[in-house]
Ligand binder design. Structure first.
Ligand code: FMN
Length: 229
């Protein structure tokens, strides 16, 4: 019997009782009851900020796994809920993302699926969704759907029902081992591969080489993912 699918809900808002909280609670119920999945939650509001300390650990080159990273690595699919703050990601959440940046050229999230719901009052949702798509795709994620919600002009219920369909599609892809690698991800794989080889020829040692000792054995990301199934 296949194990229960584990979906991670990421609430990027640092606000405890705002729009993001309401959406998170509804989607948690939906994923548990309708899809019968295991749900884990990363709620930015519950995280303390100790930026300097954590950056120090990354700069030292030591292995540092934040709670965000642990949850990302353990899940099959990610549901990102993010408000727009001054046309960008909320500052606190950006710090969370920065703490994961040291793994960005290792394709750490390859094989995982993602959907994102970005909401704002009047402007910035589409652009911020594009930003999330760029950074998470370069970490290996396959985007199944994105929803831009403008609170001043649109209905939450309509956007939520479209987004739930995206979540259902993501669930089906995971359950049936369906995956797609984009041309951009394959190009990035070849670029990183070349950079890593050059670093190794020069005797430069960095933590990402450990991961690349495995990835280097494959001609493409597609071949790598296929081998893991
Ligand atoms: C600091 C801050 C900056 C904001 N900047 C924008 C913005 O640039 N564009 C916009 O349309 N709405 C902006 N908003 C409105 C929020 O996106 C909107 O109220 C959202 O629902 C807040 O979600 P939350 O309660 O889950 O944090 C901003 C709100 C805050 C608190």
């Amino acid at each position: 019997m296949k194990k229960k699918i584990n979906l991670l809900i990421v609430k990027a808002s640092p606000n405890s009782d705002g729009c993001g909280n309401k959406i998170m609670l509804e989607l948690e119920r939906f994923v548990k009851k309708e899809l019968n999945c295991k749900v884990s939650i990363f709620d930015q509001q519950k995280e303390s900020l100790r930026r300097n300390e954590k950056y120090q650990m990354i700069c030292d080159g030591k292995k540092m796994e934040s709670k965000f990273e642990k949850k990302l690595m353990a899940c099959d699919g990610i549901i990102l809920l993010s408000p727009v703050y001054l046309k960008q990601a909320p500052g606190e959440f950006k710090i969370t993302l920065d703490q994961f940046a040291y793994r960005m050229n290792e394709f750490p999230l390859i094989g995982k699926k993602m959907v994102s719901f970005v909401y704002c009052d009047t402007n910035g949702a589409k652009e911020l969704n594009q930003y999330y798509k760029n950074i998470f795709s370069s970490a290996g994620v396959e985007f199944v759907g994105t929803c831009d919600y403008y609170r001043a002009f649109q209905s939450l219920d309509e956007n939520m029902s479209i987004f739930k369909e995206d979540i259902q599609t993501m669930y089906r892809y995971i359950r049936n081992d369906v995956f797609h690698i984009s041309d951009g991800q394959e190009r990035l794989f070849q670029i990183y591969k070349e950079v890593i080889q050059k670093e190794q020829e020069k005797g430069i040692e960095v933590h990402r080489h450990k991961r690349w000792n495995l990835l280097n054995q494959y001609d493409s990301l597609y071949d790598y993912v296929k081998s893991t199934m």
